[in-house]
Design a protein around this ligand. Structure first.
Ligand SMILES: [Zn+2]
Length: 218
């Protein structure tokens, strides 16, 4: 992709490989997100924990947190499957795998981030999709209050249905702040979830093959 100082947000969104931000910095109110209400709520929380929301260091915090939430939850209003609407007809009928797609999501139980990587494999049935589109699906499904289990299933469902894939395997590995910072406080613990569809679910040899490819990079 040609990068230039004048490239606008729309062009950035079409780029490949970079972190995709769905909020437009020039937009006063991102789609469906009430920044002022978030600001008021954050101010209330600061007050409730015994802080002084009016001290210098905290003055800009509510507005900053509001913009951050707008960014973190930007996937809520979108159908992530739309990234899979443009497909190409190809004879290729072996495994397509994209490994190590990084993501950052928000655990819906604590509103704390969980971060990690997703690995996506599918067996096409005559239709393939641009590889970066798989990363966009992950990005958008992650950008909402989430649990890792559902996130994994949602990505697998979308790929199975939109591509008519004969098999889909999605594996997500993530570290959850709610486990490392609070509660049991177990830094380094990794949560792994997988969702198998079609051939990868039904046939143990196909499943072993795809898991072998996914784990080769581990
Ligand atoms: Zn949590």
């Amino acid at each position: 992709m040609e990068a230039s100082a004048s490239s606008n947000v729309t062009e950035d969104r079409e780029g490949v490989g970079e972190t995709v931000l769905y909020t437009d910095r020039n937009e006063a109110r991102p789609q469906g997100v009430d920044l002022k209400r978030i600001e008021a709520a954050v101010r209330e929380i600061l007050d409730a924990v015994g802080e002084d929301p009016d001290r210098e260091g905290l003055l800009e915090t509510p507005a900053r947190v509001a913009r951050m939430y707008a960014e973190m939850f930007a996937g809520l209003k979108h159908d992530a499957g739309r990234h899979l609407s443009k497909v190409f007809t190809e004879k290729y009928d072996e495994i397509v795998l994209v490994r190590d797609i990084s993501f950052c999501s928000m655990c819906e139980h604590h509103l704390l981030p969980f971060t990690g990587t997703a690995h996506i494999a599918y067996l096409p049935s005559g239709k393939v999709v641009g590889l970066s589109k798989l990363a966009r699906v992950v990005e958008e499904v992650a950008r909402r209050p989430q649990v890792q289990e559902r996130m994994t299933e949602t990505v697998a469902d979308l790929i199975e249905k939109r591509l008519d894939a004969r098999g889909v395997a999605v594996v997500c590995e993530a570290t959850h702040s709610c486990m490392t910072m609070r509660g049991v406080r177990k830094p380094g613990s990794l949560c792994v979830t997988s969702s198998m569809r079609g051939v990868f679910r039904e046939d143990s040899r196909s499943r072993a093959e795809v898991l072998g490819l996914i784990n080769r990079g581990a």
